[in-house]
Design a protein around this ligand. Structure first.
Ligand SMILES: [Zn+2]
Ligand SMILES: [Zn+2]
Length: 442
């Protein structure tokens, strides 16, 4: 074969097409082999839990890939009776097209899914539908086949799919590690759902929560986007954020009691270098160490501000340098003074009350910032996150925090007059650009 770099454009395209043909043929072969292994009961014989388990182990593929290969084999490979007599495969037309090498594994998966969704009372439509979809699959890609199949199902069965699995009746919720985070799955009965939705309702309202009128957002953005703009979060995203906020506030009350000998709390284990260089990672976990997940430096710095988290700072040797916050956290008197001075979240346009806020260090304590009133500012969790992203800069001027927006936000430095209407006319709400260049992010 000529190396790819020497091929003409046409040869290249023919080669790409031919390679897919080979994949399809290999798939047909695989279906036959797995089907034969199934007839022989090899999985049980060799001590595997089931056939997908055997395929996964032998082919070193994921469980889901193994399962879909076995599923294809179940319906496409010829079956054998106990007497050894061969029977037609379950889906003979599809099986023939696969054996020809005309279809990809994705085509097979889509067609099998459509046929599986066909309700039992329409069983006599199964064979024509199989033949139809297989015919179209020869020139339609798998996505188009899926759409075509859904369309056909809707026409055949206008009442829609009937529930196949028994509906869950007991509350359940699982958190499964997935990609960069965790996936939640669960079921709640109506009464439980009503309780959860009611508790979440004030926390899931779209921002801006302030009614959008011309005069009301005069002093700047709410929530970091333009006044009057729609909340960019979807309903599902708002629900998720609201649930986290709910748990955060519950933790803050300390009402959750004691677990494993200490108050329920979240710890952040962070190497000193991460705090100082703002590079590297940290671990977040429950106080009792049952769940731990990696977070980046920005999140670690942000969480270390939060009085409701317990930071554990490690030396380069891995030894804990200090645990807890001692003087790194605003005390009660300072919190009271901050609540008086900022009135709540100090971010321009925000109306979150003081009890929802963390006392953020304008200059982070890891960078030598002290826990004094003129280095602290109240921020709600949303704006705390925004500030730690580093685009907005806070300075203290005249004893009050002043927020300097990034270049893409129009308007100059500003304050949150919404929380302190009594100051209107006494201190300037805004200062015209140019903005100061000093970067003081904690
Ligand atoms: Zn902070
Ligand atoms: Zn805020």
């Amino acid at each position: 074969m000529t190396p790819a770099w020497q091929a003409t454009d046409d040869e290249l395209l023919v080669g790409i097409e031919a390679a897919q043909g080979e994949i399809n043929e290999t798939f047909a072969q695989l279906v036959e082999l797995i089907g034969e292994a199934r007839s022989r009961g090899l999985a049980e014989a060799k001590g595997y839990r089931d056939l997908p388990d055997l395929v996964r182990s032998v082919q070193n593929v994921s469980r889901s890939t193994a399962r879909s290969r076995v599923k294809a084999a179940e319906q496409l490979a010829p079956r054998r009776q106990v007497s050894g007599e061969a029977l037609e495969p379950d889906l003979p037309v599809l099986a023939a097209a696969v054996a020809e090498g005309a279809l990809t594994p994705e085509h097979v998966r889509e067609i099998q899914a459509v046929l599986a969704a066909l309700p039992p009372h329409l069983d006599e439509r199964r064979a024509p539908l199989e033949a139809d979809l297989t015919g179209h699959a020869r020139c339609l890609d798998p996505d188009a086949v899926r759409r075509l199949g859904r369309h056909a199902l809707a026409l055949l069965d206008p009442d829609g799919a009937r529930p196949r699995e028994p509906k869950p009746t007991r509350n359940k919720l699982t958190l499964r590690s997935l990609g960069e985070g965790f996936e939640a799955r669960g079921f709640f009965d109506r009464e439980s759902a009503a309780i959860i939705r009611s508790a979440l309702s004030p926390l899931t309202a779209p921002c801006p929560t302030v009614p959008v009128q011309d005069d009301c957002c005069a002093d700047g953005e709410h929530a970091g986007h333009e006044p009057g703009e729609r909340d960019p979060r979807s309903a599902a995203e708002r629900t998720a954020d609201g649930l986290v906020e709910l748990a955060r506030r519950m933790l803050a009350t300390g009402a959750l009691g004691v677990e494993a000998g200490q108050a329920v709390q979240v710890t952040v284990t962070v190497p000193l270098e991460t705090l100082v260089t703002r590079e590297g990672g940290a671990l977040i976990g429950f106080g009792d160490g049952t769940l731990r997940a990696a977070i980046d430096a920005e999140a670690a710095l942000r969480l270390a501000c939060d009085a409701r988290m317990v930071p554990i700072v490690l030396a380069s040797t891995g030894e804990p340098l200090f645990v807890g916050r001692e003087k790194r956290c605003a005390n009660r008197a300072q919190r009271r003074a901050l609540a008086q001075r900022d009135g709540g979240c100090a971010f321009p346009g925000c109306d979150a009350p003081p009890q929802w806020c963390v006392a953020h260090h304008v200059r982070h304590w890891a960078h030598g910032g002290c826990t004094d009133l003129d280095n602290l500012v109240l921020l709600c969790s949303q704006h705390h996150t925004l500030i730690h992203k580093g685009d907005w800069v806070i300075t203290m001027e005249g004893g009050f925090p002043l927020f300097h927006p990034p270049p893409w936000v129009p308007g100059g430095p500003r304050r949150n007059m919404l929380q302190r209407p009594d100051l209107v006319g006494r201190i300037p709400a805004q200062r015209p650009p140019p903005r100061v260049a000093t970067q003081l992010v904690g």
